[in-house]
Design a protein around this ligand. Structure first.
Ligand code: UDX
Length: 440
């Protein structure tokens, strides 16, 4: 079985590597020649635990190749996975230009029956549009080939992408042909025989499942963040509230951690996209729109928490630990750190920042406030002479920092723990003016 995966971003690269590891012959194709050169040189362009080892193993085994040749990628494949980006347009809708460019390319080179699989998160109706685009190209060429388009949304989380792809909770396959279904069962044979649940459904349903899942998780986070704001006002403990809520099987304890607001490449983009889809169909997703607003408010509240506690942050030095939107990734897309650091800088603060992986991307994403940020090599360098310490992302290594040493290095003694990683530590309240989220 030959598979081509078009697009070597998070989803495409991880998917390609895992399918090769499942024993299939895989070409990962990208129009970005520089990226392909890097991959061919054995360099993984993203930080994702476990990915590099698995990539090298499968390249060496001769199952995985990288190419910028669309013709070869299309002609050699039994199934073509589209995994290119769908960035948000100005109005929040998903920009389909890359997906449709790939569909056109597939139509240009299609040479026999293939199943085209939409992996990118796309508005409902896109699979049909992909099919029409391919058919239009075939008509222009004056040739006739059968093909099917299926929707197979990806649910992987950054930082845990390899495991999520190897052991998914479920595989959702939206397709309307038995022939495509049989071929896709073979593609995912390893998971099929391992009894991973397979949901075979209509194409539109599969497309909506992805948006509904991401939007629901975003709602859960915004919900608990609102409860955290309330808990602070009434003197309650949001962690205990979440724990007790989570014991109700209908609620579940996951995605009930209060924090500085959700970020990343999916939740902010997909919540806005689903709201846009609803508007285009004459509907309004009130709950999802409220979650989006609450998330913006949460980030603003974090700035307020810091500036109010310190009276004024002008000319104060604030040490920030963690910049990436979550641990174990170098991804800064829509990271709360961007808004929060810009907010603090606007009020005159000087920032000393450390993140195990997020610094390189922060440098260009925060270029507008570069005069107010010093990037540091570790936690202790960041803490030196700082008036306050802010924990923005819960990297595991921060849990083990020597708080006493940090306290001695600092000039002031505020600790804003926006991920509650030290909330259960008795010593922390003796050493610092400790400010967690949603509790005392
Ligand atoms: C998410 C979905 O989980 C995944 O299924 C989908 O395919 C892509 O989007 P990802 O963005 O990689 O994955 O990270 P995730 O672990 O879901 O976290 C998203 C954001 O929510 C992060 O900013 C995280 O810090 C925040 N979050 C998560 C919370 O604030 N509280 C929580 O309880 C959980």
């Amino acid at each position: 079985m030959n598979i081509s995966v078009i697009g070597t971003g998070y989803v495409g690269l991880v998917q390609g590597v895992i399918l090769a590891d499942f024993g299939l012959q895989v070409i990962c194709m990208d129009v970005d020649q520089k990226k392909i050169d890097r991959l061919n040189a054995g360099d993984v362009p993203i930080y994702e635990p476990g990915l590099s080892e698995l990539m090298h193993k499968n390249v060496e085994a001769g199952r995985l190749r990288f190419s910028s040749d669309m013709k070869e990628a299309v002609e050699s494949a039994d199934s073509i996975f589209i995994a290119v980006g769908t960035p948000p347009a100005d109005d929040g809708s998903a920009d389909l230009r890359y997906v449709l460019a790939v569909a056109k390319g597939i139509g240009e080179y299609l040479n026999g029956y293939k199943v085209i699989v939409d992996k990118s998160t796309v508005p409902v109706g896109t699979a049909r549009l992909v099919g029409e685009t391919i058919q239009k190209e075939l008509d222009a060429r004056g040739v006739s080939h059968e093909f099917d388009v299926a929707s197979n949304p990806e649910f992987l989380r950054e930082g845990k992408a390899v495991n999520d792809c190897q052991r998914p909770d479920r595989i959702v396959l939206g397709c309307d042909s038995e022939r495509a279904k049989d071929l896709l069962k073979k593609v995912y044979n390893v998971l099929y025989i391992n009894q991973t649940p397979f949901i075979f459904t209509e194409i539109e349903t599969a497309e909506l499942i992805k948006y509904a899942s991401n939007a629901f998780l975003a709602v859960k986070i915004s919900f608990i963040n609102e409860i955290a704001l309330l808990a602070e006002k009434v003197g309650a403990n949001v962690q205990e509230v979440a724990r007790a809520m989570g014991m109700d099987g209908r609620i579940s304890p996951k995605f009930l951690h209060a924090g500085p607001g959700y970020g990343g490449s999916c939740f902010p983009k997909d919540t806005k996209a689903v709201a846009d889809i609803a508007r285009k169909h004459g509907e309004q997703t009130l709950v999802i729109e409220a979650a989006i607003q609450a998330n913006e408010k949460q980030k603003a509240k974090m700035i307020e928490k810091i500036t109010d506690s310190m009276d004024d942050v002008k000319d104060k030095t604030i040490a920030v630990l963690g910049l990436s939107f979550k641990p174990d990734t170098d991804d800064m897309r829509d990271a709360p750190a961007l808004t929060i650091l810009e907010g603090l800088a606007a009020q005159g603060a000087q920032i000393k920042a450390y993140c195990p992986q997020g610094i390189e991307e922060s440098k260009w994403r925060l270029a507008d406030i570069e005069n107010q940020i010093t990037y540091c090599h570790d936690e202790y360098e960041a803490a030196k002479n700082a008036d306050a310490l802010v924990i923005l992302t819960e990297w595991n290594q921060f849990r083990g920092i020597d708080l006493e040493r940090m306290g001695k290095l600092m000039k002031g003694n505020f600790l804003f723990d926006l991920r509650n990683i030290f909330a259960k530590d008795e010593q922390v309240r003796k050493l610092f003016q400790y400010r967690p989220v949603g509790r005392t």
